[in-house]
Design a protein around this ligand. Structure first.
Ligand SMILES: Cc1cc2nc3c(=O)[nH]c(=O)nc-3n(C[C@H](O)[C@H](O)[C@H](O)COP(=O)(O)OP(=O)(O)OC[C@H]3O[C@@H](n4cnc5c(N)ncnc54)[C@H](O)[C@@H]3O)c2cc1C
Length: 112
């Protein structure tokens, strides 16, 4: 870790060999996943890539939303993980776009 060119922002972790904590199958899956991802995002499988493990994710209960992600409260939209409609960066971004498009549509309606 001292020789790595990446400084971890999360300090409350212990650097170590995740192969000691996770089953072989999981470790192989992570390595293969990183190698595949490296074809799309070159550099992601670099020697300095940090992996936090085990990773525990907690998700909110899903809010009551219509398909444009509008809540029951007038003018209030909910998107992303907090609304329980995504579980990753791409999904969270996509739900943001869904809400933004509807907000814009409604805004344009009131403008005309
Ligand atoms: C350790 C870890 C690893 C992950 N790895 C991956 C991965 O490899 N690939 C992947 O796709 N996803 C990964 N995720 C999940 C991904 O980070 C989330 O799905 C994504 O960031 C959710 O985006 P979001 O915009 O919904 O919420 P967030 O990114 O959590 O954004 C919410 C924002 O709201 C702010 N906020 C909170 N309360 C308030 C308030 N009261 N007022 C103002 N602002 C507030 C927060 O500070 C934050 O900036 C990982 C998550 C974690 C924790």
């Amino acid at each position: 870790m001292e020789r790595s060119n990446v400084t971890p922002t999360l300090k409350s972790v212990t650097p170590g060999d995740i192969a000691m904590a996770l089953p072989h199958r999981v470790v192989v899956d992570i390595i293969e996943g990183l190698e595949s991802l490296n074809n799309v995002i070159p550099g992601v499988a670099s020697d300095s890539t940090l992996i936090y493990a085990p990773e525990i994710k907690l998700y909110a209960m899903r809010l009551e939303l219509d398909k444009t992600l509008k809540t029951r409260v007038e003018g209030l939209y909910a998107a992303g993980d907090g609304a329980g409609v995504s579980r990753g960066i791409v999904g969270a971004a996509a739900t943001g776009i869904v809400a933004a498009r509807n907000i814009l549509e409604n805004y344009l309606k009131t403008e005309n």
